[in-house]
Ligand binder design. Structure first.
Ligand SMILES: [Zn+2]
Length: 319
């Protein structure tokens, strides 16, 4: 059976073996120190092992010899064990090894008794994430869809998205019932902390455009954080950003039944005009849109109990 959503792999995973040793005592994590005071800025790729656009961009930053103007810059490739399983012939299967690296980020889980390859890697990277003041976590999507910033639930995340200014859509959401994301961990998820984090979903996992979005977002994040000056040096912006729009997720759809199916194929960011429109079934239970003009964010192909099937939200005015 052919999957109408099947996507070919049109980008090439980089050789990241030169970055294995790093300089932090943690494999595949490198901190570059400006020697001047300033924030500790961190960029993470491969939190999901088959989302390779971020690894391409980190490889480019290393090759460009990036040096922060102020503070420290840490570049980290995260779920290496999953990435090492990446196979362009079966690219869907290397998102994680045993569990989702991006659902582990509470002290309760990180300090708890559970064990998995993914959790061991999260524990290894945790001291660096603890030290980061500002984080960009680079991801990509299952479906061909417009890129978006996942700004989290707090006002400071929304402001951070506006400051980065690219891509043109920011989504404010609380994450997943299945576990906390790295972007919501510790001070990032605390309204009283000056720390801030952004997750970018750059487009379909293996499309060339996705790499361009990852690159542009990364440069704009670095410039916003004062790490680079795009007017000088080789790292220049390539795109003219559009005015940013914001979607607030109001109704994440967490699967409670054994199986979930959508009423039709959704790629994401469809605006469903009529309240009460059927979008799928959680087991026997109908899932309908709660209001007019409902936006569907990132419908998933991983339709298992406890997972997020889709997020429902609405456009809100910027402020
Ligand atoms: Zn991801």
């Amino acid at each position: 059976m052919t999957d109408p959503n099947a996507c070919t792999v049109d980008i090439t995973a980089p050789d990241i073996s030169p970055y294995r040793k790093g300089n932090t005592g943690i494999e595949y994590a490198t901190t570059i120190d400006s020697g001047k005071s300033g924030p500790h800025v961190m960029i993470t790729a491969l939190v999901h092992g088959n989302e390779i656009c971020g690894a391409i961009v980190l490889d480019e930053l290393f090759r460009a010899g990036i040096r922060p103007l102020h503070g420290q810059l840490t570049l980290a490739f995260c779920n290496i064990a999953a990435f090492e399983r990446f196979d362009a012939a079966q690219p869907e299967t290397s998102r994680w090894v045993e569990e989702d690296f991006n659902r582990l980020w509470t002290a309760e889980v990180l300090d708890g008794p559970r064990d998995s390859a993914d959790l061991r890697r999260a524990r290894a990277l945790r001291p660096l994430v603890d030290r980061a003041d500002l984080l960009l976590d680079i991801h990509s999507m299952q479906h061909p869809s417009e890129p978006l910033l996942l700004a989290g639930p707090l006002a400071k995340g929304r402001r951070f998205a506006a400051g980065i200014g690219f891509p043109a859509l920011a989504v404010c959401d609380h994450g997943h019932a299945a576990g906390r994301r790295m972007r919501d961990y510790g001070g990032f998820g605390d309204a009283a902390s000056p720390k801030n984090a952004m997750l970018v979903e750059c487009g379909q996992h293996w499309a060339p455009r996705t790499v361009a979005v990852a690159r542009e977002t990364t440069l704009r994040f670095l410039a916003h954080c004062g790490v680079i000056d795009p007017a000088q040096g080789p790292l220049r912006f390539a795109e003219t950003p559009l005015a940013q729009q914001t979607v607030e997720v109001t109704h994440p759809v967490t699967i409670t039944a054994e199986a979930f199916r959508f009423a039709r194929v959704f790629a994401g960011l469809e605006v469903i005009e009529q309240a009460g429109t059927l979008i799928g079934w959680d087991g026997e239970r109908e899932v309908r849109t709660p209001y007019d003009g409902c936006v569907l964010v990132m419908p998933s192909k991983r339709l298992y109990r406890g997972q997020t099937a889709v997020r429902m939200g609405r456009f809100v005015s910027a402020h």
